[in-house]
Ligand binder design. Structure first.
Ligand code: ADP
Ligand code: GN1
Ligand code: MG
Length: 362
């Protein structure tokens, strides 16, 4: 879709003349653009996003979460001598002081563009995953004293895996696109794991593991890597910061980053868990979280990897059955390909369960 970037950006406290806007990044949810500005001969860019309001209906609540969390993180980063402008997101407000701008096309926000960084779609080495684990571990630690009560639940039951399975059951029953017959084996793969899927939510509700402020979308491409140090500099994509379990963050990161293949790989023989990458992320995460993870959380780490991978596969499958309305797709059956890759990864993790447990235990 073409948008009038010039008039949208004119609403924000962004200096200089508009030059151009272009699509940017590989997120599945929001529409992201790099907008170039010319400020007295100096060209720079800002990051413009159209927030997906089909998914995030309470944009005021969402933006107030982001403002609260980033101002808390800024203080922590400054206290340890870091650079808050590069190590967390900075919301650029509108000229009237609002954190976003609404027009007929939707809700728009602008972030400072964090330059001289890379977004990795897959790990190039163990070091990338150690560093990514450290960044998400530090995120958990820095928000440990954040008042969770002030956070809006941007997407209720986001990582409630049993509820995700319920939604899948409903989508199968409705079968509005007539696709259920084709994916019978994927449906039974998911439903046969219903019991295992409840391990994190049950542990949370019994009090066996604590509720914390978590990121909830810990893909490698939701971090920025500093080009000069080659280390993870900044955790981004803060839309889903909510009270949750550290195991959601840990498991989802393993799902995406410790796999031997991309999330949408169609050659399933290439998809599996790389135990070396698993070990690298796990040590980075546990060390940087500052010793705050409990024994019960650590014990559930291998289960978390499996559950979060299963859950993501279930979400892709449900979206396929419902007509691909949630995740952006770039080809027909893309959600089905993503689902199959997740389920293949679950199978491989089940085989490697004891090895994962040994590593996490160490
Ligand atoms: P989505 O919710 O759709 O995944 P993200 O917030 O993750 O959107 O942004 C998509 C991509 O845009 C990221 O993967 C990253 O490459 C890039 N990005 C996001 N915020 C910034 C920023 N402040 N500076 C530089 N790049 C960014
Ligand atoms: C979405 O926004 P993005 O692309 O970082 C999704 C995650 C999924 C992920 C799968 C708000 O993440 O939950 O795990 O796709 N985000 C939302 O790639 O649903
Ligand atoms: Mg993202």
């Amino acid at each position: 879709m073409n948008h009038d970037f010039k008039s949208i950006i004119a609403q924000f406290c962004v200096d200089g003349e508009f030059v151009r806007g272009e699509a940017y990044g590989c997120g599945h949810i929001n529409d992201t653009y790099a907008v170039y500005m010319n400020d007295r001969g100096c060209v720079y860019r800002v990051l413009l996003q159209r927030i997906n309001t089909d998914i995030f209906s309470d944009v005021d609540g969402l933006m107030s979460n982001i403002l609260g969390v980033t101002s808390h993180l800024r203080k922590k980063i400054a206290q340890r001598g870091g650079n808050p402008d590069r190590e967390t997101l900075t919301v650029i407000r509108t000229k009237s002081g609002a954190p976003y701008y609404r027009n007929e096309a939707g809700c728009w926000r602008v972030y400072m563009f964090i330059e001289d960084t890379l977004t990795l779609q897959s790990a190039r080495s163990r070091d990338d995953l150690y560093s990514c684990g450290s960044a998400f571990g530090a995120f958990l630690r820095d928000l440990a004293d954040y008042d969770a009560e002030t956070l809006t639940e941007a997407i209720p039951d986001f990582h409630n895996t049993p509820k995700r399975l319920e939604t899948l059951r409903r989508a199968v029953a409705e079968d509005k696109m007539g696709r259920a017959a084709e994916v019978e084996s994927e449906i039974s793969f998911a439903l046969s794991r219903t019991e295992r899927a409840a391990a994190i939510t049950s542990a949370l509700s019994s009090g066996a593991i604590p509720l914390r402020v978590t990121h909830n979308d810990t893909k490698l491409n939701n971090t920025l890597v500093d080009i000069s140090t080659q280390k993870c500099l900044c955790v981004i994509d803060l839309d889903t910061v909510m009270p949750g379990s550290a195991l959601y963050d840990y498991g989802d990161a393993i799902r995406f980053s410790a796999s031997t293949a991309p999330e949408d790989e169609t050659d399933l023989s290439k998809v599996g868990l790389d135990l070396d990458l698993f070990e690298a992320f796990t040590s980075g995460y546990v060390c940087a979280s500052g010793g705050s993870l409990t024994a019960a959380e650590i014990k559930l780490m291998p289960d978390a990897a499996i559950i979060m991978t299963l859950e993501c596969g279930v979400r892709f499958l449900t979206d396929y059955l419902e007509g691909d309305t949630y995740f952006k797709i770039h080809r027909p059956r893309h959600n089905l390909d993503r689902c199959r890759a997740q389920f293949k990864l679950v199978e491989d993790m089940e085989i490697k369960y004891n090895k994962m447990a040994d590593i996490a235990g160490r």
